[in-house]
Design a protein around this ligand. Structure first.
Ligand code: ZN
Length: 148
């Protein structure tokens, strides 16, 4: 069993204390709300699309360090990407946090700091909540999503 402290990398702590793009997005044309009842994480993700590209993204809410840092870093990674690229990145991220990635994760960039989450199955939902919420926002669904 890995040490829980290994999970809280400096970058994760830093993002959880000072999340990026943490605000309501003026002029957002897509939005979704996500819950992780197991941990109590709760976020809203806002998107402003330009055709098929994510022109701007922001989020608000509350949650544990992992969920907040993941949401923060997701907004940085996703901005300017197309819907398709965002989906691919999520799939890759999901494989990394569930420990099923077979590549070296190189194109995940700094998101690879979440690879340690695979040692803590209950934390996978924290790490992926914002991504599931993003997915719902991209699909244009106004319904809230839950990791359960
Ligand atoms: Zn959590």
């Amino acid at each position: 069993m890995a040490d829980l402290r290994d999970l809280y990398q400096e970058l994760i702590l830093e993002h959880s204390k000072a999340p990026r793009n943490y605000r309501q997005l003026a002029g957002a044309d897509h939005k979704a709300e996500g819950f992780n009842p197991l941990c109590g994480d709760h976020f809203t993700v806002y998107l402003k699309m330009d055709g098929d590209s994510i022109q701007d993204i922001a989020f608000q809410g509350s949650g544990c360090a992992i969920s907040k840092a993941s949401a923060s870093m997701m907004t940085q990674s996703i901005k300017g990407k197309t819907k398709e690229q965002a989906k691919e990145l999520f799939e890759h991220f999901h494989r990394t946090v569930t420990g099923t990635a077979n590549g070296d994760g190189s194109d995940l960039g700094k998101l690879t700091v979440f690879a340690g989450v695979s040692e803590f199955p209950t934390r996978v939902k924290c790490a992926t909540l914002a991504w599931h919420t993003l997915q719902a926002a991209l699909e244009g669904s106004q319904e809230s999503v839950s990791t359960e």
